[in-house]
Design a protein around this ligand. Structure first.
Ligand SMILES: [Zn+2]
Length: 79
């Protein structure tokens, strides 16, 4: 398998944190996906996409299973 973006040949399945945005909150969802070692492009299969959609649907209803690991902040230029 070659990377469609950079044509790199090193693509490895890695543990990554996928960001799911729920309102103003960002939730990291740990998943395993093939990642291009050269450019960082992630290759999601159908099952992973469905899993992420499922998690997003669930999180829109309940916060169960979440723990706070950081904050999401916004910078506002003054003056
Ligand atoms: Zn690549």
């Amino acid at each position: 398998m070659k990377c469609v973006i950079c044509h790199g040949e090193v693509i490895k399945v890695m543990d990554v944190r996928e960001k799911v945005v729920i309102g103003n909150d960002v939730v990291y969802v740990p998943i395993k996906v093939p990642v291009c070692k050269t450019c960082g492009e992630r290759y999601y299969d159908r099952r992973t996409m469905q899993f992420l959609e499922e998690v997003e649907r669930k999180l829109n209803k309940t916060q169960a299973g979440l723990k706070e690991v950081g904050k999401v902040l916004m910078y506002e230029e003054k003056g």
